[in-house]
Ligand binder design. Structure first.
Ligand code: GLU
Length: 292
């Protein structure tokens, strides 16, 4: 069973500086109850630890990103009352800072084996990449992506309650930029967390398997102290799958249109997450009470 709450006193003793966390939605769909649960955790834990919250729009996936999703997500967050510490003007978007990813790639090339890879997802066929292009000497560029060797050994991390140890290479060498020239999620999130000063990552359990790779990549980019992590249980749909953006009855827009108030939506999210027994209305400024 995944723990619902991190051990806050242990967490704060592991953070040597003011906690800085982030809410990082991808504008590939509308805000739904799963995001609201993540926001309860992010703002609630940051509040309980006296930390700060950054808002970052993760629009690295240029094919699926839509401006109407971004606008709607920002509007729903405002309506719910979740305000990032620095405000949200200007909006921080990955697509506005390609130079930082170029620069990080160059730094990586200087000390690690970055190589060209033209394998399509179909050719790879599974979640694990078999490192087939390692010795092919392909030039990265149009039609050829970039990967970096993950190296041997494992990374240890503490996930809010337990120590974990995982091998960064479990999924093969990491894709940095795809064949169409888009920066990948795995790469951009690590570069951004390092450069934005994020020292506490709070996200759903579907990303636990990425953490060892991300810690390793951070080290390769020169990050001396990895962030602390807490992965919370995901909301599942009635058939046990991860809640999807197309599940209309859990869309924040739909709940708003049906006349729900923001505290009612937060109260519903807290119950759905198992953080409360009853769906009493909950204001965004009170989400810290879920963790106090
Ligand atoms: N943008 C990611 C998502 O919406 C979150 C990534 C992360 O928290 O590391 O799922």
């Amino acid at each position: 069973m995944m723990p619902l709450r991190p051990d806050l006193s242990a967490l704060s003793s592991r953070l040597t500086e003011t906690p800085v966390t982030r809410f990082a939605p991808s504008p590939t769909g509308y805000l739904h109850l799963g995001h609201v649960v993540n926001a309860l955790y992010v703002w609630g834990i940051a509040g309980a630890l006296g930390g700060r919250v950054l808002l970052r729009i993760e629009d690295h996936d240029r094919r699926r990103t839509k401006i109407r999703f971004e606008e709607s997500i920002l509007d729903d967050l405002d309506w719910l009352g979740f305000v990032p510490d620095a405000g949200r003007s200007p909006v921080v978007r990955q697509s506005d800072r390609p130079a930082r990813y170029e620069d990080a790639l160059e730094r990586l090339r200087r000390s690690h084996h970055v190589y060209g890879c033209d394998c399509s997802r179909r050719v790879i066929g599974s979640e694990r990449y078999g490192n087939t292009c390692r010795n092919r000497d392909l030039e990265t560029g149009p039609g050829v992506g970039a990967r970096v060797e993950m190296g041997p050994g494992s990374e240890r991390f503490w996930d809010g309650t337990d120590e974990r140890e995982e091998a960064p290479a479990a999924f093969g060498d990491l894709l940095i930029r795809d064949r169409e020239g888009h920066w990948t999620y795995q790469f951009s999130v690590v570069v951004d967390d390092e450069q934005d000063g994020v020292n506490l990552v709070i996200r759903g359990a579907d990303l636990t398997g990425s953490t060892a790779r991300q810690i390793r990549l951070g080290r390769m980019l020169g990050r001396s102290t990895p962030a602390q992590f807490f992965h919370h249980p995901l909301l599942l749909d009635p058939s046990g799958r991860k809640l999807s953006k197309s599940d209309g009855d859990v869309g924040v827009r739909e709940m708003r249109a049906a006349g729900a108030s923001a505290p009612e939506v937060l109260g519903r999210a807290a119950v759905a997450a198992g953080l409360r027994d009853f769906p009493h209305p909950l204001r965004a400024i009170d989400v810290v009470l879920l963790f106090g």
